[in-house]
Design a protein around this ligand. Sequence first.
Ligand code: C2O
Ligand code: CU
Length: 463
Amino acid sequence: MTYTRRDALRLAALAGLGTALPRGALASEDFQALAARVAQLQLLPEGYPETEVWGYDGSIPGPEIRLAQGTRAQRRLLNELPQPTSVHWHGIRIDNAMDGVSGLTQDAVAPGGHFDYDFIVPDAGTYWYHSHNRSWEQVARGLRGALIVEEPEAPEVDREEVLILDDWLMDPDSGQIDDSFDHPMMMSHGGRTGNFITTNGQYNLSIPARRHERLRLRLINAATARIFPLALSGLEGWIVALDGMPLPEPLPVTETLVLGPAQRADLIVDITAEDGETADLVQQTEREALSQVAFPVGGSLGNARRPAPGALPPNPKMHRPDLGEARKLRLVMSGGAMGRMQSAVHDGSRKSFRELVSAGQFWALNDTVGMTDTPLAALSLGEPVRMELVNDTVFPHAMHLHGMHFREVSGDGALGPMRDTLLVGAGESREIAFVADNPGDWLFHCHMLSHAASGMTTWMRVG
Ligand code: C2O
Ligand code: CU
């Protein structure tokens, strides 16, 4: 996204940062290229033409980036697109300068330009990377990939599959991506949901498996607005991590697992379907059950199920914020179609809903549309925070905090698992708590990316 109003702030921030990191010609030997470019791919079934996509290294999804926990990632983004771009490393407890938010932590990289991303990955888990400039368009065009950080000791499984769930809004006549990215109807409703659903860029992904095989599935919802309600068929297993962070105990999958935009879940599953049958990861919508990924079963591995897996090793700094000490914040989401919003502050002045609509803005956080010069909150380093999230709209929102994970606070004050994105249903109120332990300017926004572009973006300063 571009936040031109904050140029002065951004430039001030960059001035202090440019020198600490290896850059320029010297760095080129160490930095592996990651080229954002236009490509033609057979995305739709045979018989349709190739589709023009924007992909990292021209591929859909982008190349998998896999690192050992605690090591350093060095990637040189080469912008070969016709638009400025930047890369955000979603869920990584990263150095603020490397967070990839154009207009807040860096300048967008102009076409033909490059930017060196250099950061440590402190936490093991399933993360992802995506464009963070005009993201509602650029992610929808394909700029997304998996970022996997391996535990020093991996859990015992026979193999692992990274499954990137996404969707595309296609023009069925031309076979090309629908380019009405700023369409008011999508922005003011549930966001841009596609009409063509894929896993790892394939609409019919099929992974042969054997009965009693144990798999780790790393699920990533990379769609710009779609919520995936998921179920298992011929597979039985446990959730072992959410949004990259290990759960204290594996949680058996007994009900629908709802994955909002940008959320991840690590599952350990056993193939329980018989030889000759097909197991499925199922997309369980209200109306129908669709196979998201098929696992045709051929042969078997041993003849019995294994005992339940243990928990993944915890990551460092999995804080449990002290709720009694915590600063209290409240964030009210309003606006959208069929909402109650009459007016809100935009670019420093109060505007009627009608004026906002003509400016392409539909949503507000605490009565304010989009980015502001001053942060929603200025937190001191190490400060515990609790924040009530009030959804006063008729749509769900996937609220994502950059740079730090939070825990949900339940009614009785218990703390849930660590997450970086929380799906808040229409009309719901939820509460999160976190320790502001990562210094810098951090975005907090809805990951329905057209909502983020039309008002649902704010930021907090730590330290
Ligand atoms: Cu995954 Cu600000 O985004
Ligand atoms: Cu939203």
